[in-house]
Write a protein that binds this ligand. Structure first.
Ligand code: URA
Length: 410
């Protein structure tokens, strides 16, 4: 097949067949198709889009560029969740062990922070000793023993996505719906799931700013996931204020531990129980009981131990990464909290060092915000509305101003 002809057909809005798409993905993965041709193709897809059949073909070709988990015949139902990402979204840390309490297998492969949205791997790495770089064999053995693993993408899972994502990142072709669908689903399908719940976020702190865009993405993922034999559930949630009251890697782990012990913020607990209910046969009451009676926390601790983490650190996690400067932000006015803008908080947390500006940057586990007020709460002028954890007084000053720029109370 002639690569320039395939690119030209997509550029002109034609529908590609499965063979053409497979050829491009294989040639790109084995290096025989250079980056400049794939960049041109990605831009053609960005402008012309792809129909459901093409998107499914792209997803399958990316999935088949690498290996998939192979479960034994006695395996129970294998399930996972994917979130399109948000600010303060630590749901995975609570949800994965909770689902394993139901006897499900949860092979959760997660990513790092992207833009202002945090990443589960960065959060997990704030647990001293915790290893996210497991091999497929280690992951299979751990799942067989305790039912849950939380890890990064291995070299052999979806190499086509790894290469294409890096290229999209530098060619302004990340925000293309078919490319996003194929990228997310190929990695999730490599887990050989029976069921997947997708938490598609919309709002200021999300990738998709409007609910309409979120629904277009969610429906496209439902269609492709279902066509590929996975029971695919889609939930839509606003991301206009941060999830919970903490934003920042270790601060979010501390909040997730509270939630795993039956406490923590109501919105986080509600989101966890809703998403868990989509893929678990256990009712909401039973799921809540596993949070309240310590079963879910015990499962989390078991996973931390299995992956080399220090279980002792979990007992007082807020003391594990003390920031040099910890300071309150106070409300300039009295009234009801109307807005705590997720985007402003996410940007401020990134500026403190919780996220990256370049792929190779290290994140600072200690920094961010906690004790953030929630929309609807009534406060008096001078009340604390968040606590900043910063590396320096200057950083804390800037973070306080950014936080207040997204805060409204009247
Ligand atoms: N996350 C992914 O894994 N891929 C995308 O394309 C976007 C978000």
């Amino acid at each position: 097949m002639h690569v320039p002809t395939i690119i030209e057909r997509k550029r002109d809005g034609k529908t590609l067949d499965e063979g053409e798409i497979r050829h491009l993905v294989q040639a790109f993965t084995d290096g025989s198709m250079p980056d400049y041709q794939m960049s041109a193709f990605a831009m053609a897809v960005y402008f012309q889009g792809m129909d459901a059949g093409e998107t499914a073909a792209l997803t399958r070709a990316m999935l088949e560029s690498g290996t998939s988990f192979a479960w034994p015949s006695h395996a129970p139902r294998v399930v996972d969740k994917h979130s399109t990402g948000g600010v303060g979204d630590k749901v995975s840390l609570v949800l994965a062990p909770l689902l394993a309490c139901d006897g499900l297998w949860v092979p959760m492969i997660s990513g790092r922070g992207l833009g202002i949205t945090g990443g589960t791997l960065d959060k997990l790495e704030s647990i001293p000793g915790f290893r996210i770089g497991l091999s497929a064999d280690e992951a299979l053995a751990q799942i067989g023993r305790i039912g849950v693993v939380m890890m990064g993408q291995t070299e052999s899972i979806c190499p086509a996505d790894k290469k294409l994502y890096a290229l999209r990142d530098v060619t302004a072709t990340v925000p293309s719906r078919p490319l996003i669908v194929a990228s997310i689903l190929s990695k999730k399908l490599a887990e050989s799931l029976d069921a997947l719940v997708l938490d598609v976020k919309h709002g200021s702190g999300a990738f998709m700013k409007t609910r309409e865009d979120a629904v277009l993405l969610g429906e496209a993922m439902r269609e492709v996931g279902t066509a590929m034999g996975v029971e695919t559930r889609v939930c839509y949630h606003p991301m206009d204020e941060p999830t919970g009251r903490a934003v920042g890697n270790a601060l979010e782990v501390a909040e997730a531990i509270e939630s795993l012990r039956g406490a923590g913020p109501a919105d986080l607990r509600d989101l966890v129980l809703t998403l868990a209910g989509e893929v678990s046969g256990a009712g909401r009451e039973q799921l809540a009981a596993w949070l309240d009676d310590g079963t879910a926390f015990d499962k989390f601790r078991e996973m931390v131990v299995a992956q080399g983490g220090d279980p002792g650190s979990l007992d007082a996690f807020e003391q594990v990464h003390p920031a040099p400067v910890v300071r309150e932000v106070r409300s300039p006015r009295s009234g009801e909290v109307r807005r705590v803008d997720a985007e402003a908080v996410g940007r401020a947390a990134n500026a403190l060092g919780a996220g990256r500006s370049q792929a190779e940057d290290a994140v600072n586990p200690a920094v961010g915000f906690d004790r953030i007020v929630k929309v609807g709460e009534r406060i008096t002028a001078g009340d604390p509305i968040a606590r900043i954890h910063a590396g320096s007084e200057n950083d804390a000053d800037a973070a306080g101003m950014s936080f207040l720029s997204g805060f409204l109370c009247e």
